[in-house]
Design a protein around this ligand. Structure first.
Ligand code: MRU
Length: 358
């Protein structure tokens, strides 16, 4: 049973009075703990775009709350009847979905809220706002429960003494409670199971350095931060028994998008015969997306490569940069997908279909 305290402990939640969205600004970590409170569409769009809130499930939770908060703050004109309410909410839905294209959880949560409005066609907007609030809390609670189940399934793949490697950040900040890829590691710590984690720093936005090594260190997990280009060394040295990463969208054939660098790590793991797992809730699986080729990859500002984090620019301003935020890992490199409904093994096209037919 999820409590309000559980929700308030997450990186995304409602304000005490239940009318605004509150999120930890992840761009400020690990040096500053800053919470942002917002009720305007432009501020929420901007928070998603600049990664103040990031990680596929956290973006989904944020989008669910955003739809309620924006409805709550609609002006009189937009809440005078069902049709004007629907039109205003559809505009917000399109706007929010356009903030980041790759993580399916964003559009999944927004569409879930719009489907609720559609299913209650003709109702009074005041009534609809209450329903949107309850649904946003349900989305959050489901994520907390899903993360706990994913962590349990993931833990079953770990042996005492194992070395693990992860990329980017798929911990509590990116989700709720345990996170996805970091869930089994945090649970192992809670249960006194001895493990060691290598955290890729994850260029260019350093989620591995700033967020994963921060979260694991704070939880007392034995973690070593490495640069992305050092992964092959620890794999070759036999220090890693499994790789656990998150996912932003899993296609129907098992190809999946995750933070740039994930597919390179998967190729290395294949070479060194190390099992490679992605962990995520069912809301990250997009059965309408046949293969990884159908996933839209977000391109980001070249200055994230040239300037960001440095005291002075590390490349001339005119240096051309290519900055895809995600890559697609081919399903042939994947040992299994750890979901809240169990561990899915190949053939992924067949077994994912079965999972959704259940
Ligand atoms: O650009 P980001 O930081 O939002 O990318 C995040 C990732 O790629 C995560 O691994 C993914 O969203 C899973 S989070 C549980």
């Amino acid at each position: 049973m999820v409590t309000n305290e559980d929700r308030m402990n997450c990186s995304v939640h409602l304000s005490e009075d239940g009318t605004r969205l509150v999120l930890i600004d992840q761009t400020q970590l690990p040096n500053r703990q800053i919470s942002l409170t917002m009720d305007k569409a432009e501020d929420i769009y901007d928070a998603i775009k600049r990664l103040a809130v990031r990680g596929a499930p956290a973006i989904g939770i944020c989008a669910g709350y955003a739809m309620y908060v924006l409805a709550y703050h609609l002006g009189e004109e937009d809440r005078r009847d069902y049709d004007s309410f629907h039109a205003a909410m559809s505009r917000y839905a399109d706007y929010l979905i356009s903030s980041r294209p790759t993580a399916v959880n964003l559009s999944w949560a927004v569409k879930r809220q719009m489907a609720l409005i559609d299913a209650n066609a003709g109702k009074d907007p005041e009534e609809l706002i209450k329903l949107l609030k309850a649904e946003s809390i349900a989305i959050h609670d489901e994520d907390i429960e899903m993360c706990t189940r994913i962590a349990e399934y993931g833990l079953s793949l770990i042996k005492p003494g194992d070395g693990l490697i992860t990329h980017c950040n798929a911990g509590p900040l990116a989700t709720s409670k345990y996170g996805t890829a970091l869930g089994p590691m945090l649970l192992a710590k809670e249960r006194g199971i001895d493990i060691h984690v290598f955290s890729d720093e994850t260029r260019p936005l350093l989620q591995g350095a700033r967020l994963t090594s921060y979260e694991l260190t704070k939880a007392g997990v034995d973690v070593t931060l490495i640069c992305d280009n050092m992964a092959s060394v620890v794999l070759k040295q036999g220090k890693v028994q499994a790789a656990f990463v998150g996912c932003d969208r899993i296609a129907a054939n098992g190809d999946f998008a995750n933070k740039i660098g994930t597919s390179g790590l998967a190729i290395l793991c294949k070479y060194y015969n190390v099992p490679f797992y992605t962990l995520g809730p069912l809301s990250t699986i997009d059965m309408d997306c046949p293969t990884g080729d159908d996933i839209k990859i977000e391109l980001r500002d070249p200055d994230e490569i040239r300037n960001m984090w440095y005291q002075e620019p590390m490349a001339l301003p005119e240096t051309k940069c290519y900055n895809p935020a995600f890559d697609v890992t081919d399903h042939t490199l994947l040992t299994a997908i750890v979901t809240d409904q169990g561990i899915i093994y190949p053939p992924f096209d067949v077994n994912l279909k079965k999972l959704f037919e259940k």
